[in-house]
Design a protein around this ligand. Sequence first.
Ligand code: FA5
Length: 354
Amino acid sequence: MELAELQTQLAEISRQAQAAAQQAATIDALRGAESKISKGPLAELLKSIKSFPAEQRGPAGQAINQTKKAVEELFAAAQARLRDAELTGVKKLAADFDPTLPPPSVPRGSLHPVTIVQREVERVFVGLGFSVVGGPEMETEYFNFEALNIPADHPARDTQDTFWLTNGWLLRTHTSPCQVRAMQRFGPPLRVIAPGRCFRYESIDASHENTFFQIEGLLIDKDISIAHLIAFMKLALREVFHREPTIRLRPGFFPFVEPGFELDMRCEICGGSGCPTCKRSGWVEVMPCGMVHPNVLRHGNIDPHEYTGFAFGLGLTRLAMMKYGVSDIRVLNSGDLRGIVNPQRLAGRTIRAG
Ligand code: FA5
């Protein structure tokens, strides 16, 4: 190669280096461009020095090294410029940031429909002089069955399929064990409600879950009659629904009450015409109830000759279904209620799950 040809190639390399240094938008891109030039055409030219006539090798090497240095300086200056620009950007961001501004709004969820209805029922009964009590979800056979007048061989046990635990205890099948616990703990006269989760080992369908909520209610005093029971039940439903829902009372058998009743509500999903939620009957069982059986009072250390009382077991999950128009109970144990809850029934409440 001739020196003149070398100068032309070096000039072209300088031009390419300038263009690349100008175009690179990041430090990484600059490093890449620089390495491409120094390891590419510049390295090739350095290797070609031996092909020059002996007397031209000195000037050729000098010319290549000068260009190499110029290219390095060019990229170093470009890197410094980019760093400055980045710093200025960060400083500008910091200057523009106003820590006193409110944060961007995050969509909020809401209470679960069952919780909303539970609180409403609690509000109503607390207003009627009831206290809210709790009870264990892991129960003994005594409180779940025996104290409620359901001995071991009683067929009523078959109606509440039970999850038995390996220690002989069970997952409570209803909130009724709270009745005898409350009697033993507080004595008469007594007005308590006990909301809580119950468990049954049964097939699941549109109105049956293996895990659901009930609210137990218990009033013990002197001269309490069925008339009191019916008045309290009607009042509670009217307060929860903010209107008079259509109900019916029919005889029902529960060993822990005598007499016992089933209180059904006209199905709010189909309006009574029949649907899968009400098993096409037009009615949904929500509040079995009755006068407390003397044997149960005795287990609670209360004299049945002195005191009488009523008890009810409100199916809270089903009540929430009726109130919010949820046609399938399974969604209430799922994580996403969007599109399930009937918006017309929300009455100003926000039920969102996302
Ligand atoms: C009982 O559990 C009685 N302890 C209720 C009671 C209390 C009667 C006090 C008398 C005096 P029952 O098994 O019918 O009864 O259940 C009561 C309510 O719980 C039902 O009406 C229904 O609304 C709800 N329920 C029962 N099983 C399920 C289930 N698998 N899924 C959803 N809700 C249920």
